[in-house]
Design a protein around this ligand. Structure first.
Ligand code: MG
Length: 206
């Protein structure tokens, strides 16, 4: 069984907001809670910023800088493991399945070090694809792995699972909130990664 990383196995809010503050480069900070609400309801970084009164040229400059800094190594430590991470991986192993992490990052070495530092050694490996074509590249990896299902926190993850022809379970509270996922992703939206893993295991047993 394959799992996305950002927003699925670790929280993604704190690092993204720290990256925003870094990317502002001296410009006044927008309301960070409102910015995050916009991002979790589907807005791009540019749209979230312009919605908060930032001029379009500034929003574009900040968004470009944000992509450059969001994977800065010192910010990666801000990603907290989700509370049910260990239980979810234990449930996968107890079902006799190998877990794989399939994540979209620019810096593959950094995310591998981050996963290692969390003590995670997924039996089916860590697979890093390009954020520029995340859904398509994740679909290829999922198909190659022969994964029985994919757990993720975005519509992009759902698209990857659909393209690979495997079941998808959405987990809320990462990059997208529950209501947004319910409107944009087929199937149930789960409150935790453990809940999502259990749902996929039940699907597999049927
Ligand atoms: Mg994610």
């Amino acid at each position: 069984m394959a799992l996305d990383f950002d927003g699925t196995l670790v929280g993604c809010r704190d690092r993204q907001l720290a990256a925003l503050e870094r990317a502002l480069d001296g410009r006044p900070a927008p309301d960070l809670d409102a910015f995050w609400r916009a991002k979790t309801t589907g807005a791009s970084t540019v749209a979230a910023l312009t919605g908060l009164g930032v001029s379009e040229p500034d929003a574009r400059a900040i968004a470009t800088r944000w992509v450059e800094v969001v994977e800065d190594r010192d910010l990666l430590a801000l990603d907290p493991p989700v509370p049910e991470l260990d239980a979810a991986l234990t449930a996968i192993a107890a079902a006799g399945l190998d877990a794989a992490i399939v994540t979209a990052r620019r810096d593959a070495a950094a995310v591998r070090a981050q996963i290692d530092a969390l003590g995670l050694r997924p039996a089916a490996g860590v697979h890093v694809v390009s954020p520029a074509s995340a859904a398509a590249e994740k679909a290829v990896v999922l198909a190659e792995l022969g994964a029985v299902g994919f757990v993720g926190d975005t519509e992009s993850d759902a698209a990857a699972a659909a393209a690979a022809g495997i079941p998808f379970a959405a987990v809320a509270g990462g990059q997208r909130d529950e209501q947004w996922l319910a409107r944009h992703v087929a199937g149930a939206v789960h409150p935790s990664v453990l809940h999502a893993v259990r749902a996929l295991l039940e699907t597999k047993e049927r």
